[in-house]
Design a protein around this ligand. Sequence first.
Ligand code: TEU
Ligand code: CA
Length: 554
Amino acid sequence: MKADWFKSAIVYQIYPRSFLDSNGDGIGDLRGIISKVDYLKTLGVNALWLSPFYPSPNDDNGYDVSDYLGVHPDFGSLDDFYELSTSLKKAGIRLIIDMVLNHSSDEHTWFIQSSKSVEGPYSDYYIWKDSAGKDSEGRPIAPNNWTSIFGGSAWKWCETRQQFFLHLFTAKQPDLNWENPTVREELYSIVDTWAKRGVDGFRLDVINFISKKESFPDVPDELVNSPDKHYACGPRIHEFMQEFNRKVLAPNSSMTVGETPGIEASAAALYCNRDRNELDMIFGFDHMSTDHGPGGIWDPVDFRYDEFFDILTYWQNHMEKLNGWNSLYVENHDQPRFISRICEDQNYLKECAGLVATMLLTLKGTPYIYQGQEIGTSNVAFESIQDYQDIWTMNHYNESLELDHQPGEILKRIHCCSRDNARTPMQWNSNSQAGFTEGTPWMKPNPQYLDVNVEKALQNNESIFYLYQKLIALKKSDDVLVNGLFKRIKTNSDRVFAYTRSDGLDQRLILLNFSRQQRTFEEISMGDYRLLFSSQKQPDSLSLKPYEGRIYSS
Ligand code: TEU
Ligand code: CA
């Protein structure tokens, strides 16, 4: 029997750097997390996903790993890790850790060795290519036109080897060569070690990028702004996934969720179809781009609600049909705060947070809640670029300056699109630095912390925190919300996303009003439905309030 605890898991994601600093150095750490296990228990989640905590030069905040088996001293020690793991077990919370296996840091010993010479045991650990000749100034020309997701060419010249190496992310994140069986064995053994150390599951960073098209063809013009679509799902991807599963994941009964940018539901389902023995779940991206224009993440446009509902419906239906399982998320450490994306009137941020919670906990799949989402954290708008930290954000700023964009205009884009929106320190209370640290935080807190923080949320029984708590408890106690079939109901009210979940006997009806206007729902025959939950106080009998979410039971 395959373990399928993940189907009833409710996952909380922690970005360790920004969660809680226990020793005043301004950086969140494992001991900070240990001290908040009770908080997670109060919320009711039963799984925790930790973003990377490994040694790293932090070019990309830990997604550039220089030692896969260690703990970065900023975050603590391996003993702290074991202590965290033990206290999570006691609290009934499973532990999922992040594995970045598409690339390592250029400061990993493998890369240091590999870049020294075209011969030797590490020479084929990364993707090395000869130049495609020299330009008019005698500089080597990159092997093809691939661009890094974070901007610029995806190739960097190495003087010592007189070759280019591939980096789909920053130049300090060279891509590992999965074609080399020794590399695969090394990576499997790392995952095996963590499983033996007591980890229950793995979140696999950009796992659908690991197999490259070995002819390294140019990116076609139409994909220049979305290179992820071009890099996704190389020819050997499913072979690698099945080998990975057979050699480490299955023997350890590890749960997996793969991050898979650039693919749609039917391709995605190949990874998590139960009979294919690859992964348990994947993170799709389609629903996270319904406020992107043709230019991608730095091209913000109005939120396209209909498209958002259609995409979610499509994924729900496809995963059902293709025997896969959905992951449900609207936030993580890479995404701006979702309530800021959908809310058309900042006075309704709180209502939006309740609405989103109702959706996340009632669609079919495993919900992922990102730190701070449960108290209604929204985007930040720092006035100075100095206050931003993220490498992608800095690259965008500098590239835009070169294109003569005005700093004010660039900052405006950063305010709505930067990944740093998700990385401001967790807001614990109204004390200095939001209670995140007693020192100087590595990044300033969002000034909203004076109003929006955990301490206030816990004192107010009408807070978003308690809505999440209630919905989590409801999901845990209701098998229809876990396994019931999803069916969308078309309504005449635009901006109302409505669906049922049913197991043949029992049914739940979910109504979500994504507008700042009241919406009636006369067209839905309410029959014997009884109201189980509303995200707002004193729900009206005939209409949904602005941004109200409801659950009915048959
Ligand atoms: O994210 C992958 C990533 O940045 C892209 O897939 C991007 O989100 C997408 O193409 C948008 O269209 C992962 C990590 O979550 C992120 O924090 C890392 O920076 C990145 O990989 C590199 O490890
Ligand atoms: Ca610290």
